[in-house]
Design a protein around this ligand. Structure first.
Ligand code: PLP
Length: 395
């Protein structure tokens, strides 16, 4: 939670080892990997008879050339290709790790950058994507029976990783600004802050949340809420696992221009700026269509990041039948809200619309079809709950 972490004293005092499960705590550093680190820091003249690395002259790929949308070409020369295809350090190719660390420092400036390794210095490890990173984190921390906090509703990929680990998943209610700090306090009220560091306390080990353009609700945690949640985390000594894939898809934050100024004209940040602008226009398109077709039938909030619109359908208790029967027959599909709830047996009146990959015309047609499906579902009477003519918006 970079917006405020540097304002908090004492973060270096966190005893991270107490959060590791027994499998992770039993891991030992590989001697070969330590030697690998030494080798990576040695001059190219070093004769390496140590590592059992494949001979890169046997690889099928020699070089590659990647054409960008703007016509520019990125050349991956022979030397780089050999590095890319060969064994490397477990956390990733050192030059890439170092570039990414630099990016993290410039964008988030975490206070841990200046800590000693023993005190939890910032580290970085390259993964195949968010979900692999999350799996690694969850499998490192969770033991069967542990209590875990997640924002509710929650990204269902995270649930799929967490559930088989046998933990007790506790939902923390969210509204249109993300997790509600008061609700978090309420959930934690069955533990006493003075007991949470005792091994027998079973207080939650971590809180998992998507802070920016959250999946599925599309909302972004305000700095005030981040601060409040961080304070609670310190009080109850739990970790915060932030899953932040939509950080660079913020539509309103004047962030990238400032960064470009600080960092020089780097292609990566120029690119993220263009991408965020593309998604902002997609967001505007879905909001326009929702206004046009869903007014009176549903409610939604304007997302300021990400790719999702979380729509609450009025007068329908649960959206599964609406989507998988009625909407699908009209050749449109959304994600029923119950994909993102911890307790799947509870009815959920929401649907998640992803506005990322359809054209504005397709979005408009899709939302129009949803409106028709809602009317059909309501008039068929299958899901009516206290429905009266007053709130019939079909005329
Ligand atoms: C919040 C969140 N985390 C993680 C992922 C998965 O990311 P990746 O494909 O990089 O594993 C997604 C993708 O939908 C997501 O929305």
């Amino acid at each position: 939670m970079s917006d405020h972490a540097d304002a908090q004293p004492g973060i270096a005092d966190i005893n991270y080892s107490r959060f590791l499960n027994s499998v992770s705590a039993a891991r030992q550093q590989s001697t070969m990997k330590s030697l690998g680190l030494l080798i990576s820091k040695s001059p190219p003249s070093l004769i390496n008879l140590c590592g059992g690395v494949p001979n890169s002259s046997t690889y099928p790929f020699k070089k590659a050339s990647i054409t960008m949308h703007d016509g520019s070409i990125i050349e991956i020369e022979e030397h780089l290709m050999k590095i890319a295809l060969n064994y490397s350090l477990s956390q990733g190719v050192p030059d890439l790790v170092s570039w990414l660390k630099d990016l993290q420092i410039r964008v988030h400036n975490p206070p841990t950058v200046n800590y000693s390794p023993e005190k939890g210095q910032m580290e970085l490890c390259i993964t195949n994507g968010c979900l692999e990173g999350l799996s690694k984190v969850f499998e490192m921390l969770v033991s069967p029976g542990d209590n875990i906090l997640v924002s509710d509703p929650v990204f269902e990929g995270a649930l799929r990783v967490l559930k088989p680990l046998g933990c007790n998943i506790i939902g923390v209610p969210s509204d249109n600004q993300g997790i509600i700090p008061r609700a978090l306090k309420e959930v934690l009220s069955k533990w006493r802050p003075e007991d949470v560091r005792k091994p027998e306390s079973r207080s939650p080990k971590f809180l998992y949340t998507v802070p920016t353009g959250g999946n599925p609700i599309g909302m972004t945690l305000s700095t005030e809420r981040k601060k409040a949640i961080y304070q609670i985390a310190r009080e109850y000594d739990f970790l915060i696992v932030e899953d932040d894939p939509y950080f660079y898809l913020q539509f309103t934050k004047v962030m990238t221009l400032q960064l470009l100024y600080q960092w020089g004209h780097d292609g990566f940040l120029e690119h993220t700026d263009r991408v965020a602008e593309f998604y902002r226009l997609q967001r505007d398109a879905i909001l326009l269509s929702a206004d046009r077709w869903l007014t009176g039938l549903a409610e939604w909030q304007c997302p300021h990041a990400g790719m999702f619109l979380w729509i609450k359908i009025k007068n329908i208790k649960d959206t599964e039948n609406l989507i998988l029967e009625k909407a699908l027959k009209k050749e449109v599909i959304f994600a029923p809200g119950n994909c993102y709830t911890i307790d799947k047996s509870k009815p959920c009146p929401y649907v998640r619309a992803a506005f990322s990959s359809c054209s504005p015309e397709q979005i408009d047609q899709g939302i129009q079809r949803l409106a028709m499906a809602i009317r059909e579902e309501i008039t068929s009477g299958e899901e009516i709950n206290g429905f009266t003519e007053e709130n019939d918006c079909s005329q």
